[in-house]
Design a binder for this molecule. Structure first.
Ligand code: AMP
Length: 127
């Protein structure tokens, strides 16, 4: 089911289950605010997801409701994870899907980090 980005938080979503330890993940980084782990279906040589530990449906929800420390901690961690993965020198892409048009599948806010090789055009959808 595509996510609209506006629904209330569903604590049965797959990332909520990962945070509770009910589903395994390949963790690359964890701190008080975030968990970062390899995407189960990588779309680039390196494809890692960074998620806040708090319950937020979308980027908008995160920006509107998360405490400043959590927002700051999240974005600091995104940069740290990219650096840890060795992506700084050659570059990488950050992406956050929001709602139906973007095809958001998991209704827990997350940022994709893509890297490890040339990533092609920014989007492929026809205009
Ligand atoms: P999005 O379309 O932005 O909601 O992206 C959701 C991402 O989560 C997709 O790239 C999926 O491959 C990924 N995903 C779904 N389930 C898992 C899982 N159990 N572990 C790691 N990644 C997952």
């Amino acid at each position: 089911m595509p996510v609209t980005g506006l629904e209330p938080y569903d604590d049965q979503n797959v990332f909520a289950k990962i945070l509770r330890g009910e589903i395994p993940n390949k963790t690359v980084y964890e701190d008080e605010h975030v968990l970062a782990f390899h995407d189960i279906a990588p779309q680039a040589p390196v494809h890692v997801l960074v998620i806040p530990k708090g319950a937020y449906v979308s980027a908008r929800d995160f920006a509107a409701r998360a405490p400043h420390a959590e927002i700051g901690g999240f974005w600091r961690a995104v940069g740290q994870v990219a650096a840890m993965l060795g992506l700084e020198a050659d570059g990488y892409r950050l992406l956050a899907n929001h709602g139906m048009n973007a095809g958001q599948e998991v209704p827990h806010f997350h940022v994709h980090i893509f890297g490890g090789g040339p990533l092609g055009p920014m989007i492929s959808a026809k205009r």
